[in-house]
Design a protein around this ligand. Sequence first.
Ligand code: ZN
Length: 118
Amino acid sequence: MGRNALRFSNRVCPVCGSRSVARDEMKGITICTNCGAIIERRDTKRAHRFDIAQQLARENGLTFQQLLKRLGVSEASLYSQLESMIAMDYVVQIGDVYKLTRRGSKWYHSELGKQWGY
Ligand SMILES: [Zn+2]
């Protein structure tokens, strides 16, 4: 995944009239690179359970901010997925660190198996 995922669009900035309007895929926003106005904010980058589990399995625990940075998803979608994973007993929150539970780890490995077809 590209870290500098700026894609120029053909839109015109409604604030300054500049044509240097770009979409930041990482942040899910459309921004004017001339005046910095955020023209559109969309939750196009939604968090997925499997991706969260994968990060947590690798690191044995990450904070919300670390997950946010690694996944490049919106805060709202990450938060709601983590909440549901906690409710399912896949993830446990200790202090500000999220960890995969045994159940979550089992689920992750079975999903991983499905991906590879075994
Ligand atoms: Zn502008």
